[in-house]
Design a protein around this ligand. Structure first.
Ligand SMILES: [Zn+2]
Length: 321
């Protein structure tokens, strides 16, 4: 079967549902561990694909959280240094070089004290702090530990802008909305680093190709009505586009893009790929493996970056029909 036939089938075929048993332990430390692991992989991909993104931010290697993200009885000592604190630090990152540690409080970001920051809608204070950090050119922050405040400037490289987090949920799911990329705890905890990179690259693909904005402009619905007619066709089209560009994003970050088809053929990939929306929005995991293999063969034969996939990037400014 040639690649265009496979592409047509992927756009048309139904996926099958799979449900998994619930099993979520939820201590903050376990979440934070996966958050740091994801941040390390994410920052590598966000930095390497900077040229493909229209919105950038400094990559500090710091994972932030805020007290209002947790129930009072589980927050423990994580916020002893203030309500916005460091959840974890990526090894080798600018934050690590500045000796920032988990538990440190963030007193100010640039000129803005975190004490005067307010929540945006329903989002936690962490999101406000993240937005302030993302707006920084040179990053200057005030960090508090045991009552001592230090003002630090971080030499942080620029990369694609996305708030990346582990979501406290056990299903094998990941999602993005144009601003935030979330990987469920259940998926992160089960995935190897390379598998997590494949999952993240798919979600980053949605962000790079600005799918949320384009779907909204086209009036496409998600959820129940997303399963029908034009909604369904376009929701599936963006999933295929995200898969196709994922191999380029991986190659740019120094991964062998062959880890993408390997993931979709793996036990985890088959479970995640078949189960994500339990619907016809996604091609089957096998179709996804074949699709990305075709993309590598046709557009990434050397399997190394840098790659600027013009055939996909040009769709970013094309309205959906
Ligand atoms: Zn997707």
């Amino acid at each position: 079967m040639n690649c265009s036939v496979k592409l047509a089938l992927a756009l048309a075929a139904m996926a099958f549902a799979q449900q998994l048993p619930a099993q979520l332990p939820d201590p903050i430390a376990r979440l934070n561990h996966q958050d740091v692991r994801l941040a390390e992989i994410a920052e590598r991909l966000l930095a390497a694909n900077r040229a493909l993104c229209r919105q950038e931010m400094p990559l500090t290697g710091m994972v932030l959280h805020s007290r209002d993200q947790y129930r009072a009885d589980v927050a423990g000592t994580a916020f002893a240094n203030g309500p916005v604190a460091v959840a974890g630090v990526v090894p080798g990152s600018p934050a690590a070089a500045a000796a920032i540690s988990p538990g440190d409080g963030i007193a100010a970001i640039g000129e803005q004290p975190t004490a005067t920051m307010t929540r945006i809608g329903e989002a936690p204070l962490r999101d406000t702090a993240f937005a302030a950090l993302a707006e920084q050119g040179p990053v200057v922050i005030a960090v508090v530990r045991n009552g001592q405040e230090r003002v630090l400037s971080l030499d942080a490289p620029s990369g694609c802008r996305a708030l990346v987090e582990i979501r406290a949920a056990d299903s094998l799911d990941a999602r993005s909305d144009g601003r935030v990329i979330q990987v469920n705890y259940g998926l992160a905890q089960t995935a190897t680093d390379e598998q997590l990179a494949v999952v993240f690259a798919h979600e980053l693909g949605h962000l790079v190709l600005e799918h949320r904005r384009r779907l909204e402009a086209a009036g496409v619905e998600k959820g129940f009505f997303g399963e029908f007619g034009r909604n369904r066709r376009l929701n599936r089209q963006v999933e295929v586009e995200a898969d196709l560009i994922s191999v380029h994003l991986l190659a740019n970050a120094g991964y062998d893009p062959a880890i993408a088809p390997a993931f979709w053929r793996s036990r985890l990939g088959r479970r995640a790929g078949g189960g994500i929306l339990r619907s016809g929005t996604y091609p089957s995991a096998r179709a996804r493996a074949e699709l990305v293999e075709c993309e590598i063969a046709e557009h990434l034969a050397g399997r190394i970056g840098p790659s600027f996939p013009q055939h996909l990037m040009s769709r970013r400014d094309a309205p959906f029909e």
